[in-house]
Design a protein. Structure first.
Ligand code: PSU
Ligand code: MN
Length: 301
């Protein structure tokens, strides 16, 4: 059922470093034509660090781990490519549909393929107004029961960050800041909230993964929260102003469900003159590089 590319299969069997990459950020998180360039650049960044990239998506009802050139182009450019959380996978497979995978679907497919390290931009989480909408990303529940190391720049700042941190605690998902004791704020280096643990090197992250295996628990993800460098972050005042407008527009236009996250991200890009896009890309690039280094340290462990 799972189509694992030849290169990814060979690397996982030989215990060589592999990094899973999600595709929703490509299909629905970034504007065309930039998205395809970014997809290629991220794979290249993994290779430069000596690891194998495994971008994950569903094409014509088949879940792929590791895409070739044409397949990556389809994810970036095909009209009607869906957004698939993990709950959508059996529906997409049976329907023969094509879709990009979110953090939850990517983490599930990566772990089925034996890939232990995954890089993304920002995790989904608890949305503001949760008490009214009950909108909490399925990312959190899936990460609570999937043993994979996820390198991210925190959770998207469009979310309720403290509520999301609390949910991660309740769900028993370990969280560590990378080189910081502050939880990163995706577009911002610091979300304004602390983390309890700090890790300072890929080897330290690999040691935590080994300890998790030795203890055989928790059977959850390990979240490595890697801040965007301060000189590349979005200006915090601009961020606060534009985000308030984005949230108002989302409510006024009655956007709900899966459409909320892409709507807010797109609003931010348009109302910051692309500055949010630059910060977003800087964060993802840093995460991909770090994930490749962690995968390398892990493969040597
Ligand atoms: N971070 C980004 N861009 C994105 C996402 C995260 O910078 O497009 C995607 C991820 O795939 C994440 C998803 O899993 O948004 C969460 O969507 P939702 O809130 O609908 O669960
Ligand atoms: Mn949601």
């Amino acid at each position: 059922m799972l189509v694992v590319s030849e290169e990814v299969r060979a690397a996982t069997e030989a215990r060589e470093p592999v990094v899973a990459l999600e595709s929703t950020i490509i299909a629905h998180g970034l504007p065309r034509p930039r998205n395809l360039l970014v997809a290629r650049e991220l794979e290249e960044a993994v290779r430069r660090e000596g690891a194998v990239p495994a971008t994950i998506a569903v094409l014509d009802g088949r879940p792929h781990v590791g895409l070739d050139k044409e397949q990556l182009e389809r994810v970036a450019n095909e009209d009607g490519i869906r957004k698939l959380g993990h709950r959508d996978l059996p529906l997409a497979v049976a329907a023969g549909a094509s879709g990009a995978t979110t953090v939850s679907a990517t983490a599930l497919l990566a772990s089925l393929a034996g890939v232990r390290v995954f890089a993304t931009g920002g995790l989904g989480g608890v949305h503001r107004e949760w008490t009214v909408t009950q909108d909490e990303s399925a990312d959190l529940g899936l990460l609570a029961r999937t043993r994979i190391t996820v390198v991210c720049a925190g959770v998207k700042s469009i979310l309720d960050v403290p509520a999301t941190l609390q949910r991660l605690e309740t769900l028993g998902v370990p969280v560590a800041g990378y080189g910081t004791d502050r939880f990163p704020g995706f577009y911002l280096s610091d979300s304004g909230h602390p983390v309890d643990w700090t890790l300072d090197s890929p080897e330290q992250v690999a040691a935590v993964m080994r300890a998790q295996d030795a203890l055989d628990g928790p059977g959850s993800a390990l979240v490595v929260a890697n801040p965007v460098p301060e000189e590349e972050q979005l200006d915090p005042d601009l961020h606060a102003r534009v985000l308030a407008g984005a949230l108002r527009a989302c409510e006024a236009e009655g956007v709900t469900g899966q459409a909320v996250t892409p709507f807010l991200l797109d609003h931010l890009v348009r109302h910051t003159d692309g500055a949010s896009l630059s910060a977003n890309l800087a964060a993802v690039r840093g995460n991909v590089r770090l994930a490749a280094r962690i995968a390398t340290a892990w493969s040597r462990a």
